[in-house]
Design a protein. Structure first.
Length: 295
């Protein structure tokens, strides 16, 4: 952990802010842009150190297994083609959250993750079930849960609940057994701490998503799927989620407060300057309209 932080931390934060402003382009895929609503980037330094200016009081790693398909593969190679239409991505009713990098390749090239619902930790399941009926298209339909299809079944009857054979999508299921959850990779970012909270030394903090964000902050939580292998021939993937609780160290906080105070002072001066310019322009216009022709 770092205790010695100087003005370098401010430069680091400034560079981070610059990069943040240019986040809507995937530098590794020049053909597709990152979707506008994707706000996530890896908050962990590549050398394994603590985020600059912060001390880590809790560090958790957990690995999960799932399957990943493109929309085309899901439609052609599985019994769950209907899932794609139920997300509403192709009809404009729901926006596609993005791939692992926040990219939307569009149409049948979009990525979809399928996971055993029983493998989803309880806190994450509770969040999924409590958010299914939200009307805000930016928040609802991030995850869709369905009954597994039995081998003898030839079709699904959408919207029916109760027999254990039908799909589930809008109400809380009675059991986690025999169910699958589908989601776009980027949807997972919204609730990453919930996947690693249970039983950790900072469970209370990880369960509080108000502390969670894309960048480290004082008494905050950061998380990222730092490793997600490409699907193999059977579409299997592993997802390693890392989460930390961060505390801003005193030196970094000191320099940050100075920076914020200076920036606020500059903003006030800039507002005063603009107001004076506006007043001067209005006075000039008023004077011009009041001039009379003496001839």
């Amino acid at each position: 952990m770092r205790a010695d932080v100087s003005i370098v931390s401010l430069l680091y934060q400034a560079l981070g802010a610059f990069a943040w402003g240019h986040k809507n382009w995937n530098w590794f895929d020049h053909r597709h842009q990152v979707v506008d609503h994707f706000k996530w980037q890896n908050p962990f330094p590549s050398d394994g150190a603590d985020p600059m200016g912060f001390e880590v009081t809790c560090d958790v790693l957990a690995t999960f297994h799932a399957k990943q398909y493109t929309v085309k593969e899901l439609v052609e190679d599985t019994d769950y083609a209907f899932v794609v239409g139920n997300f509403g991505w192709n009809y404009g009713t729901r926006r596609y959250p993005g791939s692992w990098d926040g990219v939307d390749q569009g149409g049948d090239k979009r990525d979809v993750v399928m996971m055993e619902y029983n493998d989803v930790p309880e806190p994450a399941r509770e969040w999924i079930e409590s958010h299914q009926n939200e009307e805000d298209p930016a928040k609802s339909w991030l995850f869709r849960v369905y009954e597994k299809r039995r081998e003898a079944e030839t079709e699904f009857t959408e919207g029916q609940i109760g027999d254990g054979d039908q799909i589930w999508g809008l109400v809380k299921p009675t059991s986690t057994e025999g169910k699958l959850v589908f989601f776009a990779p980027a949807a997972l970012y919204e609730i990453l701490p919930l996947f690693v909270a249970k039983g950790s030394s900072c469970e209370v903090d990880f369960l509080d998503l108000t502390k969670y964000g894309p960048r480290a902050k004082h008494n905050g939580v950061i998380a990222y799927p730092e490793r997600h292998a490409k699907p193999d021939l059977r579409h299997d993937i592993s997802i390693r989620i890392k989460a930390q609780k961060t505390i801003e160290n005193p030196d970094a906080m000191h320099w940050r407060l100075i920076w914020e105070k200076t920036h606020m002072s500059w903003q006030r001066d800039e507002r005063r300057r603009k107001r004076k310019e506006q007043v001067a322009e209005r006075q000039q216009l008023s004077g011009d309209t009041g001039v009379k022709d003496e001839l």
